[in-house]
Design a binder for this molecule. Structure first.
Ligand SMILES: C[S@@+](CC[C@H](N)C(=O)[O-])C[C@H]1O[C@@H](n2cnc3c(N)ncnc32)[C@H](O)[C@@H]1O
Length: 236
């Protein structure tokens, strides 16, 4: 009988690593839902916004949480990067490197079909997470296709080569638009930007969505609803 879902496009070495990490992320998310609500309310009271970077307690609590992209969304990233022939990819929010493994695998598979090289530039401001991401990428066999820039992405994404073929925005919501604005000048026409949870977080994403959906702006944008929703925006 045919399976309901297509198998992972990753090779067996990478899929063994991501399966373990997806399972850990799912367990953490289940346990973290109630505390997350408490942190969110406290943060709003103290700072007026649910921006973990504005609140030391919440930032510390999130320091060991994977918050990994859902597997089917990560698989879509892989497919889009293969279809675009992506060689330079930017990821805003790397955490333990789960989505980065999909992006680096796509670049590795694109590079295998022709000359030249490729790289995913990941960004992570928690040193422990950045170190874990590098280890996980090496374990998955794709470490040479990823550079994890450690620090605040508002600094680490200032210096980027063009053209960028694909960008994943999987970051705390208040940082999504600042991250995108840094990368827009480097995106080639036809490049895709994927942003997670735009339906479940549509109020907090208002300025990001206004920007990518503006008819006079630099993107043509569509929304895939379900599972929090993703926004796919193509650079005009
Ligand atoms: C949703 S998680 C990313 C998950 C990752 N894409 C995956 O699939 O495994 C967002 C990450 O962004 C990091 N982050 C938050 N603010 C940041 C900043 N200003 N600069 C760089 N990274 C940041 C957080 O530490 C967190 O690990």
């Amino acid at each position: 009988m045919t399976n309901k879902l297509a198998p992972t496009p990753l090779d067996s070495r990478a899929s063994a690593v991501v399966e373990r990490l997806h399972a850990r992320s799912r367990r953490q998310t289940r346990r973290a839902l109630a505390p997350l609500l408490v942190h969110s309310v406290k943060s709003r009271i103290r700072t007026g916004t649910w921006d973990p970077t504005q609140n030391a307690d919440t930032k510390a609590w999130l320091a060991d949480k994977l918050v990994a992209l859902d597997p089917h969304k990560a698989e879509l990233c892989y497919l889009l990067c293969r279809s675009l022939g992506a060689r330079r990819v930017v990821e805003a929010g790397t955490s333990f490197g789960v989505s980065t493994i999909y992006l680096a695998s796509a670049i590795r598979d694109n590079v295998a079909g022709g000359p030249g090289d490729g790289l995913v530039i990941g960004t992570e401001h928690e040193p422990g997470k950045a170190a874990a991401a590098r280890r996980n990428l090496d374990d998955a066999g794709v470490g040479e296709y990823a550079e994890i820039r450690e620090g605040d992405l508002r600094d680490t994404l200032k210096d980027l080569d063009a053209p960028v073929d694909f960008m994943l925005v999987d970051i705390w919501i208040p940082l999504a638009l600042p991250a995108l604005e840094l990368v827009v000048p480097k995106l080639r026409p036809g490049a895709i930007v994927m942003c997670d949870n735009v339906v479940s977080g549509h109020k907090q994403y208002a300025s990001y969505l206004e920007y990518v959906r503006s008819p006079t702006g630099p993107f043509t944008s569509v929304t895939l609803p379900g599972h929090g929703g993703v926004e796919l925006s193509m650079k005009k």
